[in-house]
Structure formats: C-alpha cells, structure tokens
Design a protein around this ligand. Structure first.
Ligand SMILES: [Zn+2]
Length: 291
C-alpha cells in the first residue's frame, strides 16, 4: 500500500473513532438532561443500555482514554474553536491544530486532556461580547425580544425547528439555519425532547464561539416532539449550546420547565400576541428560576 493511501485510511478510521466518541458523549449528556427534568428516579433503562453498548464497542485505545476522562467529567470531547480548546480555552500549537484537522490520531488538549475535534456544524457569528457589555441578569443573558415567536406555523417538529433556527440566523447569531436545523433534528432522532406540560426543548450542542442562545416559540395548535410526552408541545424552547456550558444548560432547562409547568404562565404564553408580550411573559415567569 502506498504511503498516501495508508494515511488516508488512518484518517477514515480515526474519524470513525471520533464520531463514535461524540455519539457516546451526546448520549451521556442526554441522560443528564433526563435526570435534570424528571429527577433522580427516572427510568433510564434504554438509554443506559445504549451507553453501555457504545462504550463496549469503542476502539480499545479510545476506550482507555474515555474511561480515564469520564471519571473526572461528563464532557470528554472538546471542539476546537479558533485554534483553542473550547472547554478550557487553551491555545493549541500550530502542529496540534494541524493534527486535529488531519484526524489521524487522538489529540488530547495539552491542558485539560480532553479529546479535541474539528467541529463541522453551524458556527456562531454573533457578537461575542453581546450580553457582557451591558449588565444583564436572568433570562436576558440568553435571549431577547427579537428571539420570540408568538405564532409558530409548522405542523411537525422539523418545521418548527426550522422556524426557530431561522430566527437565530436572522438575529445574526449563527451562520447557517439549515445546518442548525439539521443538528437539532439529529438530536431529536436520538430521543425526542418533549418533556410533558406542553413543553419541548430542542437544541444543538457544540455551537462554539459565542454564548448560549434561546429562541422561544409558541405553537397554538401544538406539535408532537416525542420523548416522554404523550401530549403535543405548545411552548418550544430552542437553544444553541456551547459545549463548555452543557452543565449550565441543565439548570436552565430545569428552571424554565418549572416556571412553565405553572398553569398561569402557560396560559399567558399561549395568549401572547406579539414578540414584546411573549418576552414579558418569559422574563416574568423565569424571574425567580433563572438567575
Ligand atoms: Zn482543554
């Protein structure tokens, strides 16, 4: 075999290992989401089995690294963002950036030792400082009136997700609504994000370079988001989540779902007839649950 075709083969194999690790990490974070919403007694049998199977079928070298990292933290994979580790911010040397891009071997972050990968999903294009220049608190740190959609039109989860993703592109937070939509649908395909109480929480992790952003849309007719929910979702909270704030997202998710499980807040959101009114409903409802 020629040298060139051998290195191409190495890249393909390593890409498979990295994808495997990323899927495993996503499953672990989905399990964390389920615990955050439904409490510690939740039946996680199916997802636990999926995680065990994926761990058992890992490449042996990757499995050793995974098990060592997993003891310390649930985030084992760090997307590269602007030549840095997006988890700890460590700047990578040119040779390391090159290795991550070539993808022929596992490249650990020289500081936090998580496995670095080159993300291919949608990119954050919003102002990085948005939210830090003015003193904001509560939900205003993650959202704004231009991210409120009081009347979603879509009939399916995919259509609604596309409407929400388009709002993020229009508000100039992300570069590509269609990539964002695709990422969110892939996430839904693993486990639907309907959580009951007429709510759904579709999201895309690994959108790096900015902050967590929330778009809130209301579907009067309701849309089926699967998951544990037997009823259609009317209140849809769509987030882009930088990997480093995955743990914080769980608190946001729990806070919002607590707020809108209250009937009065649900009704107020369903009756909101403009983005401004919906924004008031969201800020008022989350006043005590989102710090
Ligand atoms: Zn790092």
């Amino acid at each position: 075999m020629s040298k060139k075709s051998k290195s191409k083969e190495q890249t393909q194999t390593m890409r498979g290992v990295i994808n495997h690790l990323m899927q495993l990490q996503e499953l672990i974070l989905i399990r964390d989401e389920q615990r955050a919403i439904h409490g510690p007694g939740t039946d996680l049998g199916a997802i636990n089995k999926h995680i065990d199977d994926m761990t058992a079928s890992l490449d042996p070298n990757a499995a050793t690294i995974f098990n060592r990292l997993y003891k310390k933290d649930h985030i084992i994979m760090a997307p590269m963002s602007d030549g840095s580790c997006s988890m700890c911010g460590m700047h990578l040397a040119i040779s390391q950036i090159q290795s991550v891009k070539l993808c022929r071997e596992i490249v650990p972050c020289p500081n936090c030792v998580r496995i670095i990968y080159d993300p291919t999903g949608p990119k954050w294009v919003g102002d990085q400082k948005r939210g830090t220049t003015e003193r904001k608190s509560g939900i205003a740190r993650f959202s704004s009136p231009d991210l409120m959609i009081p009347e979603l039109e879509g009939d399916t989860a995919a259509e609604v997700i596309s409407e929400l993703a388009t709002a993020l592109e229009k508000a100039q937070f992300v570069d590509d609504a269609s990539k964002l939509t695709q990422g969110a649908i892939e996430r839904e395909n693993i486990l639907g994000t309907g959580i009951g109480h007429h709510m759904a929480f579709p999201h895309v992790r690994g959108v790096e370079g900015g902050g967590l952003a929330l778009v809130f849309g209301v579907s009067r007719k309701g849309v089926d988001f699967g998951g544990v929910s037997k009823t259609p979702a009317n209140l849809i909270f769509f987030c882009t989540i930088p990997t480093a704030v995955s743990a914080f997202y769980l608190r946001l998710l729990a806070g919002i779902s607590d707020s809108f499980a209250k009937d009065a807040n649900y009704k107020a959101a369903m009756e909101a007839d403009s983005p401004e009114v919906l924004w008031k409903v969201l800020t008022k409802a989350t006043r005590y649950t989102i710090k």
